[in-house]
Design a protein around this ligand. Structure first.
Ligand code: MN
Length: 140
């Protein structure tokens, strides 16, 4: 599609210890023209983030070695990541989790299981700076 071809190259780091889930995300987004980088635990996430400086990080919360909260906290201390959206990739859909990830330094979240058709739109919106706000959305 024309519109997708015009997208500048965008590098995305997917951090997910579940291989099937990770590969599905990679496949969908690679088909949309994104350059995909993968990590399967928290330490590898930090190593790859520092080496590649991706444009967006999709970060699972429950990970071996370092959890997603800790990875996000460490990366947000580094200047190069101040403007890189870090999106929580989480199966938790409990009330209050949204606030928890936003307060922890994430710019938003994408729920698992992913919506295969919506994922590219969600990623595109986050790359365009449509970040979640703790104050916006989720009406009582
Ligand atoms: Mn996990």
């Amino acid at each position: 599609m024309e519109e997708e071809k015009k997208l500048p190259l965008r590098k995305i780091l997917v951090v997910e210890d579940n291989q099937d889930s990770r590969e599905l995300v990679v496949k969908i987004l690679r088909n949309k023209g994104y350059q995909m980088i993968e990590a399967e635990d928290g330490e590898q996430a930090i190593e790859k983030a520092l080496a590649e400086i991706p444009n967006l990080i999709l970060l699972d919360i429950s990970l071996p070695k370092l959890n997603g909260y800790e990875v996000a906290r460490r990366l947000k201390e580094i200047d190069a990541f101040k403007d890189v959206p870090i999106i929580a990739f989480t199966a938790h859909a409990m009330k209050g989790d949204r606030e928890k990830v936003l307060i922890a330094g994430f710019e938003g979240y994408i729920s698992k299981p992913i919506d295969v058709r919506e994922l590219p739109n969600q990623i595109k919106a986050y790359l365009r700076g449509k970040w979640e706000s703790v104050l916006g959305g989720e009406q009582e």
